[in-house]
Design a protein around this ligand. Sequence first.
Ligand code: NAP
Length: 255
Amino acid sequence: MHVLILGGTTEARRLAEILAAEAPDLKVTNSLAGRVAAPRLPPGGVRIGGFGGAEGLAEWLGAHDVDALIDATHPFAGTISLNAATAAGTAHVPLLALRRPGWVPGDADVWHEAASLEEAAGLLPALGRRVFLTTGRMGLAAFAHLEDLWFLVRSVDAPESPRPPHMEVLLDRGPFTLDGEREVLSRHGIDVVVTKDSGGAATAPKLMAAREAGLPVVVVRRPPTPRGVPEVADPRQAVNWISDRLEQGILPASD
Ligand code: NAP
């Protein structure tokens, strides 16, 4: 039995860890896009790089006798999720999306929703001058025209051009702490935060720190998810789904 996990997230790694511990006989391949120079590798097999669109992924599923496909990619990785839905249909492989829930604002939050990075950039001049930009190293072009603003850009690897003219890069990767995020906001005199609605606990402390400081947060909404794909929110539910589909006894059933 062979499970392919499309990964690049904490949840994908966690799923691979549970399967390695609880179902050592199951063949698991983790697929990473190759965006990060030194990725945290999950247990099990690892392949790195694109498949060549939905067609390439469908071919890979057939050539490697994949019995179940888990799309555990980031909520903003919309292309690979669409490709997974198409390829799973073509190759007749059951597909599950493992997607962490989005964040929900509390009463004290000052959130401004944007449909895209471009829309987020358009909101910024009215909200502040010193921006903590946490949307990742890709897509900085959307902010490159904002010459009057200063950006603190946090990313795992260094961002490339085009990028805003006045900026400092903070190379770091989560999980982050509330104390650490408070310190970042105050040390850099931040007056507005920009984030994708990534969800999850690892990067949520910036939202709490912004709330405490009374800072506005521009939240970029998620892209739509493919229709008809069953979805679960945490790795344990994904294990249960796999367990239901694979031969009885290969995976222990659990709560
Ligand atoms: P994307 O725009 O949805 O995908 C672009 C292309 O990258 C896909 O068509 C596919 O190439 C390849 N790809 C993406 N994920 C892949 C995977 N897990 N394994 C193999 N190929 C993959 O993706 P993205 O937004 O650039 O994200 C890339 C990776 O970074 C994902 O694995 C995602 O989980 C992770 N990530 C993304 C974000 C984010 O904000 N977007 C944040 C954290 C982590 P082919 O068409 O050639 O197959």
